[in-house]
Design a protein around this ligand. Structure first.
Ligand code: NAD
Length: 411
């Protein structure tokens, strides 16, 4: 099942419970705007190449639309559409004044130079600058994009519209960003993972964890949980995974990846396993933190973890979600588990607009407060209605968007 269909499935399940009227359901299921642009750019060899980029804006009932920008060869319109709708529900669950959007470019960042990546980004912004902006739609990092890409976006947007650091978040601290944004998604997932352990009366020091993906999100969640005493027994990137039942030295893995720009595959510690094997390990907690669609009907019966924290967007298919729920696996859904990123992005955007900057301590404590409030609300909803955490999170998000939409008027 494709991502948008899967997201719609979860949306419809929650909308059924809430008896959302059909007309509103149609409105909330249809993106506000979808833009596809051609990205012609000059290669380092002097040739002209052409890529495709997307920006999908799903809903703006609760505020300007917000969502990451993904550079990955697997990007397509359906995926971006699904990710945009996830952003609407995510911003609403953590009660941020945002709607949802997402963007993507079909490109393998490993196969283009830094200068080519800059030209691609600037041409992409040429194509979409008139539909984004600090009051309209604010991009942020996602797979394959980072603070350099955010800097180029801001610079190119400013050429058209003047100085506007709030047009994009996830910027470098030295360049209108805020301390704590880069770690926020992983740290947030880590904070919520500890809360889930607490809910299930588990001691972090007796908890083994496997993390798929060791990029921005995966590396920060692995570090946070390792510092909290958990045993991180497996980590991976797109090239492969490493497994050590006694636990991996995450500090060493971070230095390995940062200093040598090396792959997890080349780590000396642990034994090599595949990404598929990582998902099926005998661990207490599984944290998908890479791409979507990794827990499906094909492998669900072999998943052994009793807790899953969805740091990635859309890692679990509806069929696998149903099966694992029935088996009693506790799944912290993506729209809550990885909401730390958009929460810190909101702090960055608000500070850009005020020309004021918080210190790291304040960013971290506001992040924890915001996520803890949302987590407590989702758990209370799940317990009172006897539904899964995912269904509860969707129900809270949908109710907030429905309320704002009805106040806004539908025509
Ligand atoms: P990233 O590009 O920094 O890292 C991605 C990681 O996944 C890398 O280690 C990469 O090697 C690995 N990977 C890529 N393809 C893979 C494959 N086919 N199999 C296994 N591993 C693969 O990206 P990120 O920002 O860490 O994003 C990871 C996930 O978190 C995505 O699902 C993203 O949508 C989600 N997310 C990110 C943020 C954020 O603030 N960056 C916020 C919310 C959600």
């Amino acid at each position: 099942m494709r991502l948008f269909e899967a997201t719609q499935h979860f949306f419809n399940e929650a909308a059924d419970q809430l008896a959302v009227h059909d007309s509103l359901r149609d409105l909330l299921s249809t993106p506000l705007r979808e833009v596809q642009v051609q990205i012609p750019y000059e290669t380092d060899a002097g040739n002209t190449a052409c890529l495709v980029g997307y920006r999908v804006q799903h809903n703006r009932a609760r505020g300007p639309m917000k969502g990451g920008l993904r550079y990955h060869p697997g990007v397509d319109l359906d995926e971006v559409r699904g990710l945009a709708s996830l952003m609407t529900w995510k911003a609403a669950v953590v009660d941020l004044p945002y709607g949802g959007a997402k963007g993507g470019v079909v490109v393998d960042v490993a196969k283009v130079s830094e200068r080519e990546l800059e030209r691609i980004t600037r041409r992409f912004i040429d194509g979409i600058h008139d539909v984004i902006g600090p009051d309209v739609d604010i991009p942020a990092p996602d797979i394959g994009t980072d603070q350099r890409v955010m800097a180029w976006i801001m610079s190119q947007f400013n050429k058209y519209h003047g100085f506007n650091p709030g047009v994009v978040t996830g910027k470098a601290v030295e360049h209108y960003g805020i301390p704590g944004r880069a770690e926020a998604t992983g740290r947030g997932a880590g904070i919520l993972a500890l809360k889930l352990m607490q809910r299930l009366n588990r001691d972090p020091r007796d908890t083994s964890v496997a993390v798929q993906g060791f990029g921005n999100v995966g590396s920060h969640v692995a570090r946070f949980l390792s510092e909290a005493g958990c045993r991180i027994v497996a980590i991976s990137d797109q090239y492969g995974a490493r497994y050590a039942p006694a636990g991996l030295d995450i500090g060493q893995a971070l230095r390995h990846v940062a200093q040598q720009k090396a792959s997890i595959n080349d780590l000396s510690e642990g034994s090599p396993i595949s990404n598929e094997e990582l998902l099926e390990l005998e661990v207490d907690m599984l944290i998908p933190a890479a791409i979507g669609g990794v827990i499906t009907e094909q492998n669900m019966s072999r998943i052994k973890a009793s807790m899953i924290v969805e740091a990635a967007n859309g890692p679990t298919s509806p069929a696998a979600d149903r099966y694992l729920n029935a088996r009693g696996v506790a799944i912290l859904p993506d729209i809550l588990a990885n909401a730390g990123g958009v929460t810190a992005s909101y702090f960055e955007w608000a500070q850009n607009r005020q020309h004021y900057r918080w210190n790291l301590h304040r960013v971290r404590s506001e992040l924890e407060r915001t996520l803890t409030t949302a987590y407590d609300e989702v758990c209370a909803e799940a317990d009172s209605r006897n539904v899964s955490l995912r269904l509860a999170a969707y129900m809270i998000g949908i109710q907030r968007v429905v309320f704002a939409t009805s106040l806004d008027g539908m025509s």
